[in-house]
Design a protein around this ligand. Structure first.
Ligand SMILES: NC(=O)c1ccc[n+]([C@@H]2O[C@H](COP(=O)([O-])OP(=O)(O)OC[C@H]3O[C@@H](n4cnc5c(N)ncnc54)[C@H](O)[C@@H]3O)[C@@H](O)[C@H]2O)c1
Length: 260
């Protein structure tokens, strides 16, 4: 960073974001584009990804979209290649796609953990061979601690339960540190964001439960849930040279959730 440099400047950078059609991914795509990045918006729901592109284009930013299921290694490899092909390079990968409740153990691990692994696997060597880059993973407070519910609940492991989600997100924390160690010398920074509960589609059902939102609110010392934009601004920061010496951290952005 130069003295007096603009703090978050992503001009000239190309970012690929997974799960960019909704919630945190969509807000991050919009935020990174507003900070000057050209953004490849990917999502298993390609129409949703196109919606994010439309929002960026309307605001005068540069974006494109691709359909991508992160649990398929070949698709992730192609998404990295297509981003380079269409946008000239790849500076930033945001491994953000994920699923919440309603998925079994194997599906949850496949998307939330293996999907992040595929992103690291296919993008880190490209970045290392092309002057460096930044990879950001979306972990969770569930990547740092176990989860609690409104009622003391059994893990419901036959339905996936909280165990699959917590195991996947702890895995993301571990992968973040290992790739940061492996690739730091090649100019690739790898970090994770660990959000508290955020107002997105993923938490809608939970928030609608009787006592649900009040219970979740109480878990956060700030007395509220977070907005997707409050994660997006941190993703842009980590992607930028303002974070040029941050490598291998799992950064809670949780209103104090993990502070107690
Ligand atoms: N919302 C929260 O409270 C919260 C808290 C901590 C962590 N997270 C994590 O944040 C990330 C984003 O979640 P969100 O809250 O924005 O949810 P969201 O449901 O709004 O968005 C998730 C997006 O990922 C996409 N997706 C799902 N499976 C995919 C796949 N296999 N391949 C590609 N895309 C896929 C969905 O289509 C959707 O657009 C997830 O990794 C989630 O685990 C969310």
């Amino acid at each position: 960073m130069q003295e007096g440099e603009q703090v978050i400047d992503l001009n000239g950078r190309v970012a690929l974001i997974t799960g960019a059609g909704s919630g945190i991914g969509r807000a991050s795509a919009i935020n990174m584009a507003a900070n000057g990045a050209a953004v490849m918006c990917s999502d298993i729901d390609s129409q949703a990804a196109e919606g994010t592109v439309a929002a960026i284009s309307e605001a005068g930013g540069r974006a494109d979209s691709i359909g991508l299921d992160v649990s398929d290694s070949g698709e992730v490899e192609r998404a990295v290649a297509q981003t380079v092909e269409r946008m000239g390079k790849l500076n930033v990968l945001f491994n953000n796609a994920g699923v919440g409740g309603g998925f079994d153990w194997h599906q949850t691990i496949a998307v939330n953990l293996t999907g992040v692994y595929y992103g690291l696997l296919h993008a880190a060597p490209y970045m290392a061979a092309n002057g460096g880059g930044v990879i950001i993973n979306t972990a969770s407070v569930a990547g740092l601690v176990g989860l609690t519910g409104p009622e003391p609940h059994p893990a419901n492991e036959d339905e996936g339960g909280a165990g699959a989600y917590v195991a996947a997100k702890h895995g993301v924390s571990g992968l973040t540190k290992q790739f940061a160690v492996n690739y730091g010398r090649y100019g690739v920074r790898v970090n994770a964001i660990a959000p508290g509960y955020i107002y997105t589609a993923m938490t809608a059902e939970l928030r609608e439960l009787e006592e649900g939102e009040a219970y979740l609110t109480d878990l956060h010392p700030m007395g509220r849930l977070g907005q997707p934009e409050e994660i997006a601004s941190v993703a842009s920061f980590l992607a930028s040279d303002a974070a040029s010496f941050i490598n291998g951290v799992v950064l809670p952005v949780d209103g104090g959730y993990t502070a107690r």
